[in-house]
Design a binder for this molecule. Structure first.
Ligand code: PMP
Length: 331
């Protein structure tokens, strides 16, 4: 029996979209993997092994970054905050006038089925809506049908930093302002973030904090930012960054543990921070021990950060939507 299969099972045949089985039935954990990358991919009605999935070179997601996406994790056979991620994905789609060819409940089912077919019990899901294949002009009307892609694989981005903390720099590059491209929309345009990460790489740091155009701390390249100042947990408002689902979770977890305040943070003010951390689905809760080469607090992971980190790890391992793995043969 697979861990966490407590809610109703979804037989592949029940799926609203006509899916064709491109995978052998797999048995968790990863028992069905034959070779290559672990995982499974859903692409416009079919399931593939990760290395076999292909999109059109005319897809406007590739040509123009015209699309939206999500990053979701699953732990011990359960998907964390599935409904919240799918809801944000549909808000992102609405933010770029993209009408998905599936409903939110259908998308949730497809995500769960992709995870089930991966055979993985712990991993990462990357659903995307792209504008779809069009011609070489950028007019979105040329792409007639959005594509639905769901990649299920593993993720190891910041595995080592969770214990010892990471070192960040403040990027010279500013966060794209909402007036140009709303950072609340999780679009396929991540060049702003990618180039800030490249700057962190060049400067020997693990990640970068981006300031907004007013010079306030906005967020990291793929995570939200928190600091502890005079014993209070502080996070910048989300107008200039992504309203992170982990951020919301951290704010919930802070209740009863530590005072929380949402307010603008100037980079100069960070010198007084006792603690700081990043958070995101991929990064989870990631302590920051230095900013621009200056230690945060005593330069070690602080007590508030550790308490939030522990509570987060407990929560992700004990909640979530069960993945409907097929019953192992012989049952
Ligand atoms: N900011 C950015 C720019 C991100 O890409 C992400 C990751 N999706 C986050 C913040 C954190 O969001 P979440 O907690 O929902 O993963």
């Amino acid at each position: 029996m697979v861990a966490g299969t407590t809610t109703e099972r979804v037989a592949p045949a029940d799926l609203a979209t006509g899916t064709r089985d491109g995978l052998e039935t797999v048995r968790p954990p990863a028992a069905g993997r034959t070779s290559g990358m672990p995982g499974a991919v859903y692409l416009d009605g079919e399931f593939f092994r990760p290395e076999a999935a292909r999109v059109s070179v005319f897809d406007h997601g590739l040509l123009y970054g015209d699309g939206v996406f999500e990053g979701i994790r699953f732990y011990r056979g359960r998907v964390f905050k599935l409904a919240e991620h799918v809801a944000r994905m549909f808000r992102s789609a609405a933010g770029i006038d993209l009408v998905p060819p599936v409903s939110a409940p259908e998308m949730e089912k497809l995500i769960l089925e992709t995870a089930a077919r991966s055979g993985l019990t712990d991993g990462y899901l990357r659903p995307l809506f792209t504008r779809g294949a069009g011609d070489l002009g950028l007019d979105p009307r040329k792409a007639r049908r959005p594509s639905v892609i769901i990649i299920c694989s593993t993720l190891n981005a910041f595995a080592r930093g969770a214990d010892t903390g990471i070192r960040v720099v403040i990027a010279g590059r500013r966060r794209t302002p909402p007036e140009c491209l709303d950072p609340n929309v999780k679009s396929l345009n991540y060049l702003n973030n990618v180039l800030a990460k490249a700057e962190a790489n060049r400067r020997g740091a693990d990640d970068a904090l981006l300031l907004d155009l007013d010079g306030n701390v906005s967020e990291a390249t793929g995570e939200n930012f928190f600091a502890v100042l005079a014993g209070t947990l502080v996070a910048p408002p989300v107008r200039t960054n992504l309203p992170g689902i982990t951020r919301e979770t951290v704010i919930d977890l802070a209740r009863g543990r530590v005072l929380f305040e949402e307010r603008e943070l100037r980079p100069a003010g960070l010198a007084a921070a006792e603690e700081a951390f990043l958070c995101g689905t991929g990064a989870e809760v990631l302590p920051v021990v230095a900013i621009d080469g200056v230690p945060v607090g005593n330069g070690r992971v602080g007590a508030v950060t550790r308490a939030i980190q522990d509570a987060y790890q407990e929560l992700v391992r004990t909640t979530g939507t069960s993945i409907p793995y097929p019953e192992p043969p012989g049952r």
